[in-house]
Design a protein around this ligand. Structure first.
Ligand code: 13P
Length: 284
């Protein structure tokens, strides 16, 4: 099965009021782990990579592995470029076969954010590729993008309306108080803001910083209008900790199949839990 655009996937979820899990993968093995987990629950899935992962693995290799996984497991798989600040890399990933792109110009002025998003929309609209942009500033660390707690800013609902009108983007990531990485305290999620933004714009909204948000809060975010949930840190940590544990217990067991199988099983369990949490199981 060819990779699919996430636009119809997310629109269906928005209409039927469930969420879709979008999982950051950092190795080709993780692509298979996430897709196999989704297939076992017959869930649509979004695989996503940061700019750093594209640079370390290569866009063509990632597309080939994601396409092979989609073929093998027979579920709808979209491949998304997460938090991209580099137009050249966006073009490279689209050429390679990515089906969804996030242009992150949230660190710039509103006008510049609109302008950079429109530049990407210019290509994407002819190719039915999904485009995501961020308004406000999501705090925390995601690869090379670091936003301190003081610099984090929630999205302004009226600006969300203007932004969608001026760019015609198919998905919007408004900052609503979640942060990238693991929280030291409880996340300060502004549920009223989600409700207000969802009532003003008619496109699927994206919840960034999906790691370690209490389950009850994730469910509330989805019931109020968040549709795509991004999970990165929790998956990366779970995968790597399984390898660490393997070597703590069996330091001489050096066959990669031994430790990678444990990492894959741990990653799959986490992905399945998140898929069930957002409610996209059996929606493939
Ligand atoms: P976490 O690392 O907090 O899961 O955030 C993921 C994310 O939003 C990727 O864009």
């Amino acid at each position: 099965m060819a990779l699919v655009s996430s636009t119809p996937m997310l629109k269906k979820a928005q209409k039927e009021k469930y969420g879709v899990g979008a999982f950051n993968v950092h190795s080709l093995d993780m692509i298979y782990a996430v897709t196999e987990a989704a297939a076992e629950l017959q869930a649509p899935v979004i695989l996503q990579t940061t700019m750093g992962t594209v640079q370390s693995l290569g866009a063509n290799n990632i597309v080939a592995a994601a396409t092979a996984a989609s073929d093998t497991y027979g579920i709808p798989v979209a491949l998304h470029l997460d938090h991209c600040t580099d137009y050249g890399l966006i073009v490279q990933c689209i050429r390679a076969g990515y089906t969804s792109i996030m242009i992150d110009a949230s660190m710039h002025s509103f006008e510049e954010n609109v302008s950079q998003t429109n530049k990407v929309m210019e290509i994407a609209k002819h190719l039915s590729i999904n485009v995501e942009a961020e308004l406000g500033k999501v705090g925390g660390v995601e690869d090379n993008i670091v936003v301190s707690e003081q610099d984090a800013q929630k999205a302004v609902p009226s600006e969300c309306v203007t932004f969608v009108e001026q760019t015609k983007i198919p998905t919007l990531a408004p900052a609503i108080g979640t942060a990238h990485g693991i929280y030291t305290g409880d996340p300060d999620i502004d549920f009223d803001r989600i409700k207000e933004i969802a009532s003003l714009v008619d496109i699927p909204l994206v919840l960034h910083g999906g790691s370690a948000i209490p389950d009850v809060d994730v469910k509330r975010c989805i019931s109020l209008g968040m549709v795509k949930m991004n999970v990165s840190t929790e998956l990366k940590n779970t995968y790597s900790r399984a390898i660490l544990e393997h070597f703590n217990q069996e330091p001489d067991s050096l066959d990669p199949r031994a430790y990678l199988t444990k990492a894959k099983e741990a990653a799959k369990a986490l992905v399945k839990a998140k898929i069930k949490l957002v409610g996209c199981d059996y929606k493939a």
